[in-house]
Design a protein around this ligand. Structure first.
Ligand code: FAD
Length: 408
């Protein structure tokens, strides 16, 4: 044992890091969390104007964390059906909650609502100290502890921990300081994000429409709004961002069609460059990467945060088991259990989302024929539909206890 300041120090209190802070509440460990930007700040990069599609499995994890009631109170909206189509082609597939015998396949939650739900949950966590705003500037690894240097106001301070968890996002400064090799593949696409109010009720249907300009998602939200994620070439996205509301809605309507009637109102618009990020190592002695620090995927199937939340549930379980059996939570052998468990899920989701983007942005006739055949197969062939249902519900592969609805 060491006399480190903390057992675990989480760097980054975004959606994934904050969820881990709450998930570690039952463990008899001293946990610290350092976050650069105040949770309610307009500049907060995680709890911003986006919405996130939470899978059924993620809902279970949040139930286990005691956060779900707060998300429900903040307008979490059920996705009861998913409609996938290839604009201008014959194929489409439909997924229905009734086929999976659940009330909803997933839920749409505003990122800001996640911030509002996680912040009080962190405050109620007795073994946790939140240091915010404070930005980590250096990390030094030694055999028994990792030392973190951070700036709070105009002062530099240091803290040590038996285990540092990097949850500091896609450009993870901690990952870079550790010199972990990262492969970033630019999609040369920008996600234009907004919300719209259509004329007709959305009836809790999520639409994923593959258009010639890129995938376009309409996700059901509270107050009959739909969260829009439209992936486009950076030039096209820039041009659309510059438009006034009426011509923007006309351009969006042209791609989406009239299945929800006319688009009546549009919210704030924002843009995000898209890339696939893979890292060579998820763990080092006394360091583990989770969430976007460990992987970024295309938002096409709404999987990135769900993947990160499963990182949280698995890590909390592995650390719980390690401390219960008297093992050192920062040793590589313990962290290797975590990394081995997460490898398959990570690979499956990144391959699935990357494959979708590449297949649906290929205009060659045989490719377009085959992908439409694929959609029809999913729609009509029950085993294919079941496989897609399990994946989109976050129930594929080996699940951690929290995702199975069990306590840690
Ligand atoms: C357009 C779009 C739509 C998406 N839709 C979905 C969806 O529907 N479903 C889904 O599952 N996923 C979705 N995602 C993915 C999801 O947004 C990410 O997976 C998620 O935000 C990752 O959370 P994170 O906490 O790992 O990282 P981040 O959200 O990037 O948070 C990192 C945190 O670390 C802090 N930080 C950074 N550096 C430091 C430092 N040096 N010191 C201290 N703190 C630091 C930051 O301030 C931030 O709060 C979408 C992504 C995009 C771009």
């Amino acid at each position: 044992m060491t006399n480190a300041d903390f057992d675990i120090l989480i760097i980054g209190g975004g959606m994934v890091g904050a969820s881990l802070g709450v998930a570690l509440a039952p463990l008899p460990l001293r946990v610290g969390l350092i976050e650069a930007v105040e949770f309610e700040s307009a500049a907060q990069p995680s709890y911003d104007d986006r919405s996130v599609a939470l899978s059924y499995g993620s809902k279970r994890i949040f139930e286990g964390l005691g956060v779900w009631n707060r998300l429900e109170a903040r307008g979490a909206t059920a996705i009861q059906r998913i409609h996938i189509s290839d604009c201008g082609h014959f194929g489409f597939a439909r997924l229905d909650a009734r086929e999976a015998a659940v009330a909803a396949l997933g839920y749409v939650v505003e990122n800001r609502a996640l911030g509002h739900a996680l912040k009080p949950a962190l405050a109620e966590t007795k073994n946790l100290t939140v240091i915010c705003p404070a930005s980590v500037e250096d990390v030094a690894f030694a055999e028994s502890a990792t030392t973190v240097t951070f700036r709070r106001g105009d002062k530099l301070e240091t803290l040590s921990a038996r285990l540092v968890v990097a949850a500091d996002g896609g450009f993870s400064p901690v990952r870079n300081m550790a010199g972990i090799e990262t492969r970033r593949t630019d999609y040369h696409q920008t996600a234009l994000v907004t919300n719209v109010t259509p004329e007709l009720p959305h009836r809790n249907v999520a639409y994923e429409r593959f258009t010639a300009s890129g995938p376009l998602a309409f996700l059901p939200m509270s107050e009959n709004r739909c969260a829009v994620v439209w992936s486009l070439s950076p030039e096209k996205a820039e041009a659309l961002l510059a438009l006034d509301a009426a011509p923007f809605m006309a351009a969006l309507q042209e791609q989406f069609g009239t299945r929800l009637g006319r688009l009546l109102k549009v919210g704030k618009r924002a843009a995000y460059p898209l890339a696939l990020t893979r890292v060579s190592e998820h763990t080092r002695p006394r360091l583990v990467l989770i969430g976007n620090a460990a992987h970024t995927v295309h938002p096409v199937a709404g999987q990135g945060f769900n993947l990160g939340l499963r990182d949280v549930a698995v890590l909390a379980q592995v650390l719980n088991e390690a401390q219960r059996t008297g093992r050192d939570i920062g040793e590589l052998a313990v962290l290797a259990d975590y990394a081995a468990w997460r490898k398959r899920d990570n690979l499956a989701i990144s391959t699935f989302t990357d494959g979708l983007v590449r297949t649906f942005s290929n205009d060659l006739t045989p490719v377009s024929f085959l992908r439409n055949l694929g959609l029809v197969t999913v729609d009509l062939f029950p085993p294919a539909k079941r496989a897609l249902l399990r994946l989109s519900m976050g129930l594929a592969g080996r699940l951690p206890r929290l995702a199975r609805g069990l306590p840690l």
